[in-house]
Design a protein around this ligand. Structure first.
Ligand code: SAM
Ligand code: SF4
Ligand code: SF4
Length: 340
């Protein structure tokens, strides 16, 4: 594919950050109503994009080819709940063959995984992250907005393991007073399984979760609590820009990760773009406005690559580093539209 000569093949943004990593939402709808993302009292109905509103599989493949041409090599499919998108394994199979994409992953709430894990693996999905905030059924219900069952998610994780997914990441968002007591039980459950629990600081994403800083349990606080039960040893990061800090259990029980977006922002190493299911590019999780990629997409992968490179080179986002300052933007895209 030929790129326009005036654009660098791998664009850098205004802070010199290259684009390496793309999160692509395949659907705006979700079957859960987690209070930190899509609280049922604020968002009773799904956003409601119809088939025409969402990018088609052809458009998604073209888009990924275009992004791969300007440096993206990690692709994560997300939602809403991505397993609600019909014929998802078919899409995965198409994306798994895009030249340059060497890491193809998916984030799911796990509720539909039992039925789909095998087909996703066969289609060429490399890695899986399952969100799970609690093992205790009442706490799980409180976190998921009363939707889904913890047993179904655990079955889904087992089905994924049986289908060949290894070292599944189990993401848990911790909210003070809601699921703090689930941290040690989650670790007790997954230690020694080869899967890796990662604790995510509760973030001020979107506009409807009513976030307050005192609801955040910091990674440092969690790490101290965990280390008091199972001593921990820090691990080296595997690559520049790795989002989670990793620790090994000193007794050989595996590892645990912490994502400290609030207490220790990592904007300096943020190489990630996000695209919503209707084809809008967001250069930050906290961006207020997206850029409609559809017109460029109609011109094919090369036209999309040129347009996305130009948008990326204008990027100056670093919200998490400036969140408490007056100039920090207050209008944020909803998390369920760009998938975390
Ligand atoms: N529905 C799928 C799921 O839950 O895994 C994929 C989309 S969801 C938006 C992606 C991730 O964002 C989940 O792991 C979820 O826990 C995380 N998330 C959503 N809102 C968050 C918030 N306010 N703070 C931190 N993480 C959040
Ligand atoms: Fe749905 Fe995922 Fe948001 Fe929960 S975090 S409401 S499962 S999109
Ligand atoms: Fe990247 Fe924006 Fe998050 Fe900073 S706040 S790490 S720029 S997504």
């Amino acid at each position: 594919m030929k790129l326009a000569p005036q654009l660098p093949a791998v664009p850098q943004d205004r802070f010199g950050r290259p684009l390496r990593d793309l999160r692509l939402s395949v659907i705006d709808a979700c079957n859960f109503r987690c209070g930190y993302c899509m609280p049922a009292d604020r968002i009773p109905d799904d956003h409601g994009l119809d088939a025409a509103g969402r990018l088609s599989f052809d458009e998604i493949e073209t888009l990924v080819r275009g992004f791969a041409a300007i440096g993206v090599h990690k692709l994560r499919l997300t939602g809403g709940e991505p397993l609600l998108r019909k014929r998802l394994p078919e899409l995965v199979a198409r994306l798994a063959t895009v030249p340059g994409i060497d890491d193809l992953a998916l984030t799911t709430n796990g509720s539909l995984l039992t039925a789909q894990a095998h087909a996703l693996r066969q289609a060429g999905l490399h890695r899986l992250t399952v969100s799970l905030d609690a093992l205790d059924p009442p706490v799980f219900a409180a976190m998921s907005g009363g939707r889904g069952e913890v047993g179904t998610v655990l079955e889904g994780i087992e089905a994924a393991q049986a289908a060949g997914f290894e070292a599944i990441k189990i993401n848990c968002v911790v909210q003070r007073g809601l699921n703090e007591d689930q941290v040690l039980p989650l670790l007790a459950h997954f230690r020694g399984s080869g899967h890796v629990v990662r604790f995510i600081e509760y973030m001020d994403v979107g506009t409807c979760n009513g976030w307050r800083r005192d609801q955040v349990v910091t990674s440092a606080q969690l790490r101290d609590r965990i280390a008091a039960r199972w001593p921990l040893r820090p691990l080296q990061s595997q690559y520049r820009g790795e989002v989670a800090e990793r620790y090994a259990f000193a007794d050989g029980g595996g590892e645990v990760g912490f994502v400290s977006s609030v207490s220790a922002p990592f904007c300096g190493d943020c190489h990630r773009a996000r695209v919503s299911a209707d084809g809008r590019l967001y250069t930050c999780l906290f961006a207020g406005e997206g850029h409609d990629l559809r017109p460029a997409l109609a011109g094919g992968a090369a036209a999309l690559a040129d347009h996305a490179a130009a948008l990326w080179s204008r990027r100056g986002d670093r919200y998490s580093e400036i969140r408490s300052q007056p100039q920090a933007p207050r209008k944020h895209i909803e998390m369920y539209l760009i998938g975390g």
